[in-house]
Design a protein around this ligand. Sequence first.
Ligand SMILES: [Ca+2]
Length: 328
Amino acid sequence: MVPGELFLTDWDRVADTKRDFFLTSVNKEKNMTVQKKQIILTTFFFAALLFLLQLFQVPAQVESEGDKATESKAIKEYKNDKGFLERDYGDGIIMVYIPPGKFTMGSFTMGSYEGINHEKPTHDVYLDGYWIGKYEVTLAQYKAFVSETGHQALPSYASTYSPGDNHPVVGISWEDAAAYCKWLSGKLGVRFNFKLPTEAQWEKAARGTDNREYPWGNKVPDKTLANFASNVGKTVPVGSYSEGASPYGLLDMAGNVWEWCQDWYDGKYYYLAPSLTNPSGPQIGISRVMRGGCWDSGAIFLRCAARYGITPSFRGIIVGFRLCQDNH
Ligand SMILES: [Ca+2]
């Protein structure tokens, strides 16, 4: 070892240490730069992903609206063949979600029945989202209510015109129908009580938003579309006319049995039009609205806009009902 070698060697070590430190610093800088880039890229990736997810969530707004009313007792929830949410509560009780929005209520073509233009004027009505029965309430469903509560039994003639459990119940008054709704709400423990549809809820569910004349469109009724004009001579099992479905997939909105609505009937109500948002009918009255015509009705009563008023205590062979729930 020559003198100074140690010095040179130490100096080199010092230099190496500085160089290593420098290189380490440079590498750290490089690593930090790479990490920053990775963070920025990752952030961009998730931001883009969130944006795309939001885009795909837009069509599901109807579903989200319906989900506000999550029902612990709803056995199944799915979309029907028309693309609308349905909830199956079992025992044939199926509710269809009608999305919020406007529709035009009233008749474009008729309105002079019995000298009263009670289907005019047409007027735009806004309704919040709601649920309405896919089928008319059946004999079996109503008999369960009578059996459990001791409510007044059906008149004997009812079985002649609705001879099977899956036929719509007849021989019930408006009060009977309202009592059934109250009982069923408690039995199923639903978040939003069952009730009769308002006249506006019934009409929108029947015709949708395209001003059609009948639930299936503008084609004149025939035997393949509805049970009417005594073609059968009595009721038929609910849901027998799939071709006659409404835009939301409801069945027998036209024909089979007339259906009690919540509202009092007033032939001048459309002229007064006190509310164009969630109208609930007159405050008082002597008749309740019924809609849709029945197995014995002429085609004129099967129109979505056709209205009729009858005393709420009436029991007969032509009137039944369907369930409804507000979604709030
Ligand atoms: Ca009906």
